[in-house]
Design a protein around this ligand. Structure first.
Ligand SMILES: N[C@@H](CS(=O)O)C(=O)O
Ligand SMILES: [Fe+2]
Length: 253
């Protein structure tokens, strides 16, 4: 199956400015040994994309192997911003989702660009494995427990709130933060709905951050949550800011 763009629609962000970020990555040309069975580690962004395509474009989730993917992403040196610069679109106060390639039902590879202080809302990743590598800058990941009654499969639970709301109404209470970690360049992180919810934020007020996200399989809608109450907002489409290096037209999702 050939890679194709997602026909996904709106979620984050907006506006039309294309501000080129400045990067200061140091080149690291140290030889990277390959673990047994892994094969050659990708040495460039193009090789990385090819390696993922070869493995995931036919069978997607059936071929998902977290250890293998972590090693492949972890060893990609990411030393040359020129390799992914075409996917970098920064927008004040926001994060932008920029599609590199995807195969429907199998995987999506994207570059996310985080302006200073930009953050994602607390969200889920419906039926998708999510692997993230920081390419540039620094992010904070905050992980949250699922609010009572909101986890997939527990939609019909019969919990009654203290306020006397109808059965099935989730309790309104602050979401429980279970972990906070700093994601630095080179770091690979993994999340799945069976683990918890999360959000990412760029703690720096002015320095942008860039992350590489692999979703297996891709998802097109997600839920976001209100930290203070645990309320799940309505599902919404996840939009791309650009596809294959080309900025979406106004109104295009
Ligand atoms: N999962 C989020 C980005 S992140 O905050 O993990 C997204 O696809 O927009
Ligand atoms: Fe996420």
């Amino acid at each position: 199956m050939a890679p194709q763009s997602l026909s996904s629609s709106a979620a984050t962000l907006t506006d039309d400015s294309d501000r080129g970020p400045l990067f200061n990555s140091k080149i690291n040309d140290a030889a990277v040994p390959s673990p047994p069975g892994l094969g050659q580690h990708p040495r460039s962004f193009a090789q990385l994309a090819q390696t993922l395509r070869d493995r995931l474009s036919e069978s997607g989730e059936a071929a998902f192997d977290l250890q293998w993917i972590s090693e492949v992403l972890g060893h990609y040196p990411a030393h040359d911003p020129a390799e992914w610069k075409q996917y970098v679109f920064l927008e004040d106060g926001k994060y932008t989702r920029n599609l590199v390639e995807s195969v429907e039902g199998c995987y999506a590879l994207m570059v996310l660009c985080w302006a200073g202080n930009a953050a994602s809302p607390i969200h889920d990743h419906p039926s998708s494995h999510c692997v993230v590598k920081v390419l540039e800058g620094e992010l904070i990941e905050e992980r949250y427990e699922w609010p009572e009654g909101a986890q997939p499969g527990s939609i019909n639970n019969t919990h009654t709130t203290d306020s006397g709301a109808p059965p099935g109404t989730p309790k309104s209470e602050p979401m429980k933060l279970v972990d906070t970690s700093k994601l630095l360049p080179g770091r690979v992180a993994y999340i799945h709905d069976s683990i918890c919810l999360h959000r990412l934020r760029n703690p720096h007020p002015t320095t942008p951050a860039v992350t590489l996200h692999l979703y297996v399989p891709p998802y097109h809608t997600c839920r976001t949550f209100v930290e203070a109450t645990g309320e799940a907002r309505a599902q919404r489409r996840c939009a791309f800011w650009s596809r294959m290096g080309v900025r979406n037209k106004v109104g295009e999702m």
